[in-house]
Design a binder for this molecule. Structure first.
Ligand SMILES: Nc1ncnc2c1ncn2[C@@H]1O[C@H](COP(=O)(O)OP(=O)(O)OP(=O)(O)O)[C@@H](O)[C@H]1O
Ligand SMILES: [Mg+2]
Length: 354
């Protein structure tokens, strides 16, 4: 059975998609078979993996029509038609798309994912009066767990909203990680994240009870918070510059004081003891899982060739960076630093989810 991890923060633009891709890649490099799932109708993860071809509408239509490819387009349409997940899996439904990493696969997203979002929200609220819709909330998590059965990890990239789809995916996952960036808006988001998860948790409990779903229900309602990945700060001597460090500390403190205790009460956080053990010997404090500085110009090469920055070869940096001498050396060294940082993040995630 695959372990599932959500990248979630309802704050937009904090690197959820980029981290889903990078974490998926690094776990795949460490020998795990990984499926990354694009559940955002913006389809940024799909664009990142398929490359610039994904911007071309005609090319994408052909991609969705190709029966070799299993995509969210077909999955969402089937759920809306009321097909049972177990029945959907019968027959040839195509396969997730293989990325440039042999162990890493993508379940591509589609604009129509947002249609399901509103259906799930409505079903969660009114299902007690309309039994016909009772199966909608659990269908997508069930379908995805069946698709992911032969993988070690499934990583979900979610949109920055608090709709029904994000609710059922987060609450059905085994674990979640919160990407964040060091600024006031992310600090503000910690409090609303807490309120939101607590609300989601109690709504799912009420829904489950009102329908008498047993322990086999696909929404387990016990996702464990593993920590935050704080990113996009400007470094100084390989550490966050002072003003960024200030925000990093504030966000970490807010997570420890305001988010972790209520999550503990509902069984939705990794144990402090385990997190401490995993961070032992680093300069990180719970619940920070990693600090990732700004990628700067490496990001452009990475997006151009659909590979994470830390996986770029010397040759790719030389060819696409179009810089020489000292500037080129800086890029290569920077790639090596990110490689070490993401390698460490991957190891921490493996240990926290073992
Ligand atoms: N460490 C980083 N350094 C520099 N740029 C980054 C970093 N991480 C992500 N980015 C860039 O920041 C932008 C937002 O990242 P991304 O799309 O991953 O965020 P997101 O949280 O998924 O956004 P959304 O909420 O829209 O889904 C992108 O242009 C991405 O390339
Ligand atoms: Mg995104």
């Amino acid at each position: 059975m695959a372990k599932s991890i959500c990248l979630f923060n309802h704050k937009g633009g904090v690197s959820k998609t980029t981290t889903a891709f990078n974490l998926g890649w690094v776990l795949a490099e460490k020998g795990k078979k990984v499926l990354i799932v694009d559940l955002d109708s913006q389809c940024n993860l799909t664009g990142l993996v398929l490359g610039f071809n994904a911007i071309d509408g005609d090319h994408m239509e052909l991609f969705y029509q190709n029966r070799d490819n299993l995509t969210l387009k077909e999955i969402v349409a089937s759920i809306i038609e009321g097909v049972r997940p177990e029945d959907y899996m019968v027959g040839n439904r195509g396969k997730p798309f293989k990325t440039k990493n042999d162990n890493l696969y993508l379940l591509p997203g589609h604009l129509n994912t947002s249609d399901l979002d509103s259906q799930i929200s409505v079903a969660l609220k009114i299902a007690s009066g309309v039994p016909a819709t009772r199966n909608i909330p659990g269908s997508l998590p069930k379908m995805l767990s069946l698709i992911g059965v032969n993988y070690d990890y499934i990583i979900y990239d979610l949109s920055p909203n608090v709709g029904g789809l994000n609710q059922v995916i987060l609450m059905s996952s085994d674990y979640f990680i919160v990407p964040t960036s060091p600024d006031y808006f992310c600090l503000q988001a910690v409090n609303s994240l807490k309120k939101n998860i607590i609300k989601w948790h109690s709504e799912i409990n009420a829904f489950r009870e009102s329908h008498g779903f047993d322990s086999s229900f696909s929404i387990k309602n016990k996702p464990k918070f593993l920590g935050a990945v704080q990113q996009r700060y400007r470094p100084r001597y390989e550490k966050p510059a002072k003003s960024f460090q200030g925000w990093i500390n504030k966000i970490r403190d807010a997570i420890n004081m305001n988010l972790v205790p209520p999550l503990e009460e509902i069984g939705c956080v990794a144990s402090l003891e385990k997190v401490r053990e995993v961070l032992d010997g680093t300069d990180l404090n719970p619940y920070d899982l990693a600090h990732i500085s700004d990628f700067n110009s490496l990001i452009a090469i990475s997006q151009k060739i659909s590979k994470p920055i830390f996986a770029l070869t010397d040759q790719e940096i030389k060819e696409h960076g179009k810089v020489f001498g000292h500037a080129e050396d800086t890029m290569l060294k920077s790639r090596d630093r990110f490689s070490a940082a993401f390698g460490d993040l991957g190891d921490r995630v493996l240990r926290l989810t073992e």
